[in-house]
Design a protein around this ligand. Structure first.
Ligand code: ZN
Length: 555
């Protein structure tokens, strides 16, 4: 069997060995080569030696003809091997390093990704080894933190068997992250509650009172009101049980979320973001810090001033002196605008900010229902505004169909000035296994222009009014498909792009009705997402799902 000889110039340690295994897997998948350790005529030399800066790497040429990857630390090795893999060219039995040489060190410290592990989406349903491989491949782009959420409202307490099953899965995801040298992060809602939370302690959610002109979005109606005696104590007891369930995992960050879900519109709590939220978030933060003394509290401002007024201004007032229980603010919204208040007034408390870009659901439902959803132009516009003021961020992900969007964000956290076009080029070279990318790049621009999709439940068809040429986009993708190397053509990243082009062309040609070709594509996506048990909004709209007729697009 053909081999790729690799020399270890320094010991790599346990994390480095795990990183090397990821490299070896991907080399084998792309070329059929087996990576073997050898100090005779190695093709690749690996070293771990501090020097270039935390998490950074260097790729250089060795006198003997090998390419050398030197990680400043285990993460640097991971990201350096990522660069080597993404830049390389592959053929059966052949690995050809790409042209990139130099030193690269990340600009921003927090380069996270949030996996929304719910709704029977890919993260919830896919076999664990598929999700593990995905975390490995995502990490290669510079990601250093994975965040997950244990969503209480599904369960009747932590001993609910389904809660226990979910905790096992979330632990597995975070342990995968830690084994790769990444940080683990947990999300929570400040006042979240289980399905059987005590009714006397529950939060108010109605609008038309206490300054609320709209009800808090997505409220589960089982959240706690911190003004009710005993509610905070119960919240902290539940939090402690969750921390026990994650024992052994070093939770580097705890997010505390105000809305969507969560919040309370009662007189004592309103406006939530400036009153009740802080009343309950502070003890939650302190309880976390007591368990994880080096952990960092990230306080979210999601949907501030959306259902009521005065939340941003109230937070700025409450944090007139920098609070000692918050390390950074999470600031973002979905849509086309970054929140204006912190841009105009600075972050409350002078705290660092991280962003939370919505990369999964933008103008397209069901989410991921039509394959890949690349958004380089949209995300670049948002990054141009917030990039200069954030210390990193956590894109919100509902699945793998927006993989390119994740890579764009991860690379901006690494190098804020890198243009979307350069990142897209590198991504597509990696996904397609070719440098002949003009057609794919043009197709991606057309797919982004045509991102808007929905479901017409009454007519049992897809709502799709393309603004760019769908037939041309698919022709470009089909022409590329015919010349791709076999490993890339079969790879899911390419397949999701190709199927998106096919579906757009078929839907446009049939006025949103599902043709036989479209149905086959939707079935393929359903199988790949493991979406059979998923609700309509995270599942491809097959004929059977459209015929069920229970879709409402009220997001
Ligand atoms: Zn309340």
């Amino acid at each position: 069997m053909a081999t790729l000889p690799l020399h270890l110039a320094t010991p790599l340690g346990a994390t480095g060995a795990r990183v090397l295994a990821v490299f070896a897997r991907l080399v084998a998948e792309r070329s059929g080569l087996t990576v073997v350790e050898s100090d005779t005529a190695p093709a690749v030399v690996l070293a771990m030696a501090p020097g270039v800066g935390a998490e950074g790497f260097a790729i250089t040429d060795d006198p003997g003809g090998a390419v050398r990857v030197t990680g400043h630390d285990a993460r640097g090795l991971l990201y350096g091997l990522g660069k080597l893999l993404h830049d390389a060219d592959w053929a059966p039995g052949v690995f050809t390093p790409g042209p990139w040489r130099g030193v690269s060190v990340p600009a921003r410290p927090i380069r996270g990704m949030y996996f929304a592990t719910h709704f029977h989406n890919f993260y919830h349903e896919a076999p664990l080894d598929e999700v593990t491989h995905y975390i490995e491949e995502l990490a290669l782009w510079g990601v250093n933190t994975i965040s997950v959420w244990f969503d209480y409202h599904h369960y009747r307490g932590i001993t609910d068997p389904e809660a226990q099953a979910m905790l096992v899965r979330l632990r597995d995801l975070l342990q995968t992250a830690e084994a790769l040298g990444l940080d683990a992060s947990l999300t929570c809602i400040a006042n979240e509650g289980y399905a059987d939370s005590p009714e006397a302690l529950r939060a108010e959610y109605r609008a038309g009172q206490n300054g609320y002109y709209a009800p808090p979005a997505g409220h589960y109606h089982v959240e706690l009101c911190p003004a009710q005696p005993g509610a905070i104590a119960l919240r902290l007891q539940w939090l402690d049980e969750v921390f026990d369930a994650f024992q052994g995992i070093d939770l580097r960050y705890l997010w505390i979320w105000p809305y969507d879900q969560g919040g309370c519109t009662c007189a004592a709590c309103a406006p939530w973001g400036a009153h009740g939220f802080l009343t309950i978030a502070e003890p939650v933060a302190r309880a976390y810090r007591a368990r994880f003394p080096h952990g960092q509290v990230l306080l979210s401002t999601w949907y501030f001033d959306r259902f009521t007024d005065g939340e941003w201004a109230g937070l700025a007032h409450a944090f007139a002196e920098k609070p000692d229980w918050v390390d950074a603010l999470i600031v973002d919204t979905h849509g086309d605008e970054f929140p204006a208040f912190p841009l105009q007034h600075g972050a409350p408390g002078g705290l660092p900010m991280v962003n939370f870009p919505e990369i999964s659901m933008y103008r397209c439902g069901p989410w991921g229902g039509f394959g890949a959803s690349p958004l380089p132009v949209h995300l670049q516009k948002l990054w141009d505004v917030c990039g200069p003021v954030v210390a990193g961020g956590f894109p919100y992900s509902e699945g793998v169909y927006e993989d390119m969007n994740k890579v764009l964000c991860a690379q901006w956290y690494w190098d804020p000035a890198r243009p979307a076009a350069a990142i897209t080029d590198e991504y597509l070279h990696d996904a397609c296994g070719t440098r002949d990318l003009d057609g794919v790049i043009e197709a991606v621009a057309l797919l982004e222009a045509n991102i808007e999709h929905g479901v017409d439940a009454e007519a049992a068809r897809v709502r799709f009014s393309p603004v760019a040429d769908t037939a041309h986009a698919f022709a470009l993708l089909a022409a590329t498909d015919a010349v791709l190397p076999a490993y890339a053509r079969a790879g899911w990243r390419w397949r999701l792009l190709y199927l998106r082009g096919l579906l757009d062309a078929e839907l446009a040609a049939h006025d949103g009705a599902i043709s036989d070709r479209a149905e086959a594509a939707l079935q393929e996506l359903t199988a790949f997402y493991h979406a059979d048990p998923a609700p309509w909004y995270v599942a491809p709209p097959t004929r059977a799902r459209l015929a069920a007729g229970d879709q409402r697009w009220d997001q």
